[in-house]
Every structure is written in C-alpha cells, then in structure tokens.
Design a binder for this molecule. Structure first.
Ligand code: V47
Length: 376
C-alpha cells in the first residue's frame, strides 16, 4: 500500500490501471490502449519501474556478444528492411564458412559468451551450410552460446529442405543452436504485414514456429517493430498474442521492442520514432507482458541515451557489446557498431542500477583476468 500513496498522476483515467498494476492484476487490451493514450509518461514509467523493481530490483543485465550476419542475400523484399539484397545486386555478400568462422574469432578477444546469428533468406544456400556453420562454430568456440536464426529463417530453411519445422529445429539443435533470437515478428496483424513485410511468414506461423522451438526446449526472444504504419490497436494485439503463447509455453526470455529506422528503406518517407514513444513502448511492454521475465532496451536501436533512460522506465536489459551491427546501420542508425563492456557498465551505473553480466540464459558471468565462468 505504501506504493499506492507514492503513485500520482494528472491523468485520472490512469488510476484504474494503476490500481490493477499495484494489485498484481493482469492488464487487458483496453488498459493497454489507455496507456498508449496517456501523456503522463512519468506516471506510466513509475508503474513500469515498480513492476521492474519488483521482478529484478536494481539488477540490469548485459552480455558480451558478437553479431554474425552470414548473408544479406534475401528472397523477401520487405519494405521495412535496408539490409537484404537480391543475389546479383551491388553490395550482396555471402560468407564462405571459413569467413564466418574468422568473423566469429575476431570478437573473441573480448571473451564473447554469445554469437547472435541472423541473415537473409538465401535462395541457394543448402540447409547443410547452416548445419555446418553451427557445427563449425561449436567446434571452434565450444563455450559460446549460439543464439541463431529467427522464426522466419527457420520456416524458410524448413521449406527449402522439405522438412517440417520441428525436424528442422531438431537438426539445428543437434548441430549446436542453443536458443533463438526474437526477430521477424514485426507486427503480427495481416494488414500491417502486407505493407511492411509481405513475403514473410504470417503472424500465426511465426507464433507456431516459436511454439515448436519452445516445445523442443529451445528458449527464444520476441520482438515488435514499431513506429511505421501500425496503430496502437496493432501494437496491443501483438503484445497480447505474445503473452498468450508465453502462458502456454513459458519459452520466451526477453521482449525487445525495436524502433523502426526508415533510412534507405522503401518506407524512408516515414518519420523516425520520438524519444517519448520509445520510452512509452518500453514501459507498456513491461506492464502488459507480465509473464515475460525480461524487457530489453536494445541500445543499438534506441541510442545509448534512450536505452539508459529506459532502465528507469521498465527495462532490465540493455543487450550487449554487439560488435559490428549491420541491419540498423544499413537503415541509417548513427549509433556506434559496438560498445565496450566498460562503457555498458558505466551507462548502467549512472542510471543508478547494478550491472550484471549475463550469459544468454541469464546466468551471471563471473570474470577474472584469465578465465570466464558462468555461475549456475
Ligand atoms: O526482424 C530490420 C528489424 C530485426 C529494420 O533476440 C529493422 O536478442 C528497424 O530481431 N529498422 C532483426 N528495425 C533484429 C532482431 C534482434 C536484435 C537484437 C537482439 C535480438 C535478440 C533480436 O531487425 C528484424 C526487423 O524487425 N529491422 N530492418 C529497420 N530498417
């Protein structure tokens, strides 16, 4: 009850939602829409922070990871994307396996604990390439977690290999993948999907693929791309569909709202997201997704400054060192392509939080001069 007294808002409509949050009750679609509609971001942030501190205290997670994008060749021509290229287009690339292994090695001196591997839907690369990629990485870097391939890539590989989604995931798991990233979810609503990513699997297929991964014991993340042609109803629908699947499987670890970067995409006429929308989206995600353990403020997308502020508006994770980000930089992001461990720690400390280096499964990583161990 002490908290009830601390909560204050000029927006009387928020009081009902606040009472629910403080009582630990689940929010519904109408509540979520009301949160999008409020101008009282401090009250919204206060509530999200209340939930965040209840779940995690001051603990704020980051990891030391490296992104590997094996190819930007992609059969889909998503209007949201500036990364994908047709096979013969200028700038198209596909890494030979040895190239992917040396790319992986080039971040290894920071003792990365995770490779984040996503790429285009390449029309010719055989399924075996992806199995060999995972096997080769595991052989060379046995302690590094492979967070690899979005649900969209999994569905495409399955189609090309003429395998079920389940069998595709079983074989990739045997080859070394440990979990899946959250990309490709975009906005589930068909109307929006037709505009921004017409050739991708639809929302239900994305959710079905995630369900299958979770059933096989693979954790995954989930994302939502916001700030383009979607409306608040589409955002709420997206969040509620994720929450429903999480009730069923418990397989999601982290939700990552991704701010749309329009530059160099066919949607470049659209304005960029604003700081207020970014902060609100973090807070609403924390409040609506009550069954997601973590909300990530991905600094690459949000900028380090907004990501840092997010740590007091509901986010408990700031992603990692990244090293060589390509997808948003092709779309005009001006953030650095990577960040040192010490810099991430400074951002977190200055937000009054306690930095916790984690592995991909959120186990604390303990470092000393000569070795890295994961506390279990
Ligand atoms: O699905 C593509 C997005 C996603 C643009 O799981 C764009 O830990 C903004 O999912 N502007 C891939 N966004 C990245 C991703 C991700 C990132 C960090 C961490 C994790 C995780 C996952 O990037 C795509 C799409 O939604 N994207 N183009 C663009 N122009």
């Amino acid at each position: 009850m002490a908290h009830l007294h601390a909560f204050a808002t000029d927006d009387v409509r928020l009081q009902g939602v606040a009472a629910k949050v403080l009582a630990g009750e689940r929010l519904n679609a109408a509540d979520a829409l009301l949160l999008y509609g409020t101008a009282d971001v401090l009250a919204l942030g206060w509530l999200a922070n209340h939930v965040r501190e209840h779940m995690h205290g001051d603990r704020t997670y980051f990891n030391v990871n490296r992104h590997i994008n094996p190819t930007n060749v992609c059969v889909a021509a998503c209007r949201l994307c500036a990364f994908g290229r047709k096979k013969d287009a200028p700038g198209a690339y596909t890494m030979a396996l040895e190239e992917a292994f040396s790319t992986a090695a080039s971040g290894h001196n920071e003792a990365v604990t995770e490779f984040h591997i996503v790429g285009g839907l390449h029309p010719d690369l055989p399924f075996q390439y992806f199995l060999d990629l995972c096997l080769g990485l595991k052989q060379r870097f046995p302690h590094v977690h492979l967070k690899a391939f979005t649900m969209v890539e999994i569905a495409y590989l399955a189609k090309r290999a003429k395998l079920s989604i389940r069998e595709t995931l079983v074989q990739l798991k045997a080859a070394g993948i440990d979990s899946l990233p959250g990309g490709g979810a975009e906005i589930f609503a068909d109307r929006v999907r037709h505009i921004i990513c017409d050739h991708k699997i639809d929302g239900d297929q994305w959710l079905d693929t995630a369900r299958t991964a979770h059933q096989l014991g693979l954790k995954s993340n989930a994302t939502m791309l916001y700030g383009h042609v979607e409306n608040n109803e589409d955002r709420v629908d997206h969040l509620l569909r994720l929450r429903a699947l999480q009730d069923e499987t418990g397989g999601f670890q982290t939700f990552i709202p991704l701010a749309f970067h329009p530059d160099n995409t066919p949607l470049q006429h659209l304005p960029k997201t604003t700081g207020i929308l970014d902060i609100k989206q973090i807070a609403i995600s924390r409040l609506v997704l009550d069954n997601f353990p973590h909300i990530k403020a991905y600094w690459q997308m949000l900028t380090p400054k907004i990501a840092q502020i997010s740590l007091r508006f509901g986010a408990d994770d700031i992603d990692g060192t990244v090293i060589e980000e390509k997808i948003y930089h092709d779309a005009g992001a001006t953030t650095p392509q990577g960040m040192r461990r010490q810099e991430l720690i400074r951002l977190i400390r200055e937000a009054g939080r306690e930095p916790v280096e984690r592995d991909t499964l959120y186990r604390p990583v303990i470092r000393n001069e000569t070795s890295v161990t994961v506390a279990v």
